[in-house]
Design a protein around this ligand. Structure first.
Ligand code: HXC
Ligand code: NAP
Length: 296
């Protein structure tokens, strides 16, 4: 057994129809593949028709499951409603939504135009609440106990410089997750989120870790578990949160980052201290405690 293997039992998502925004690439594509393997009907949507078409073809071949795609800019409510309508026409109903679409890039904030900030915030925050609102109305009207999974980031909690529009928007997504989890629990609708650390995808790496930066930036040093995430690790968690196995969980945000976000711990700088240095330090500390003088 390894962490690269599927975790849920066969058929765990049988009979469910799940919409995955941004499902043609990266983590969205990996989640779609695993949902299909577990028996779900999947609908992927995003802006680029050619990307969606190719992904749908690949996923059909690799999983043998049911998928179709609808182009949609998540900043446009009428296009979101069209995705829902087409999904209902094709599969009869919608049970789940993975809000995975995002826009992001690194930049000193003072260099950003107003439009640049709007672009990221609109895709991440507006897109997520538009889609959630549209499906929530549909679920409540049709008495369906729907499930939402929001893909957030760890800096939604901590904040982060150089990705400020994304941090603001993802923080808003977390507030929505928890707020609606409470409000819509009475309709049986659940909302949870995953806060992933770095999981290699072309979309994120091209915009956040360009070559110039990766030379200076070592994931092995940054991440306590000394590696980036594997897509199957994230899709295992996503499938669990989409499935009825997590029926008692709502409003939860699960961090999956190899411990990266824990770096803020006040004494974590002691990671650099060697065993020899610890011998000296221990002696000094014990000596101090006995009221002795600190060694020079
Ligand atoms: C400064 C920039 C810029 C950059 C674009 N802009 N890139 N400003 N630095 N690198 C500005 C443009 O000049 C323009 O403003 C405004 O942003 C909109 O740009 P467009 O290219 O017209 O927008 P659009 O075609 O809608 O593209 C959206 C996008 C793009 C966000 C800019 O990168 C995109 O399509 N991204 C989707 C995929 C993605 O981002 N994936 C990564 C998710 S990873 P002006 O004023 O000049 O008109 C993620 C993980 C985080 O979120 C955690 C990792 C560990
Ligand atoms: P990605 O492949 O670039 O995925 C982003 C997706 O969003 C693309 O499929 C893109 O498709 C879609 N999208 C962008 N703008 C859209 C719009 N206006 N309307 C509809 N869809 C739109 O990057 P990823 O790494 O897989 O990221 C997936 C999710 O994980 C994001 O929410 C991201 O913030 C989160 N995340 C990723 C990491 C990581 O390390 N990879 C870490 C933390 C969080 P189109 O271009 O076709 O529209």
């Amino acid at each position: 057994m390894t962490y690269n293997e599927g975790m849920l039992r066969e058929g765990a998502l049988n009979g469910k129809t799940i919409i995955v925004t941004g499902g043609g690439t990266g983590l969205g594509k990996s989640m779609s593949a695993y949902f299909m393997k577990l028996g779900a009907n999947v609908v992927i949507c995003s802006r680029k028709q050619d990307v969606l078409e190719q992904a749908a073809k690949e996923l059909t071949e690799s999983t043998g499951g049911n998928i179709f795609y609808v182009t949609c800019d998540v900043r446009k409510p009428e296009q979101i409603e069209n995705v829902i309508q087409k999904t209902v026409e094709k599969f009869g109903r919608v049970d789940g939504l993975a809000n995975n679409s995002a826009g992001n890039f690194i930049s000193p904030t003072e260099r950003l135009s107003y439009k640049a900030v709007d672009t990221v915030v609109d895709i991440v925050l507006r897109g997520t609440y538009y889609f959630t609102l549209a499906l929530g109305k549909y679920w409540i009207e049709n008495n369906i106990k729907g499930t939402v999974l929001n893909i957030s980031t760890t800096y939604a909690w901590t904040g982060s410089g150089w990705v400020v529009p994304s941090a603001m928007a993802k923080a808003g997504v977390l507030a929505m997750t928890k707020s609606l989890a409470f409000e819509w629990a009475r309709h049986g609708i659940r909302l949870n989120a995953i806060a992933p650390g770095p999981f290699p995808t072309k979309g994120a790496w091209d915009r956040l870790f360009p070559k110039e930066l990766t030379k200076k930036f070592s994931f092995e040093n940054r991440i306590p578990l000394a590696r980036t995430g594997e897509h199957q690790e994230l899709t295992n968690l996503a499938a669990y949160l989409m499935s009825d196995f997590s029926a008692y969980m709502t409003g939860e945000v699960i961090t999956l980052d190899g411990g990266e976000v824990l770096a803020a711990g006040q004494f974590n700088f002691l990671k650099e201290v060697t065993d020899d240095q610890w011998d000296v330090i221990e002696e000094q500390v014990r000596n101090n405690a006995r009221g002795g003088k600190t060694a020079e």
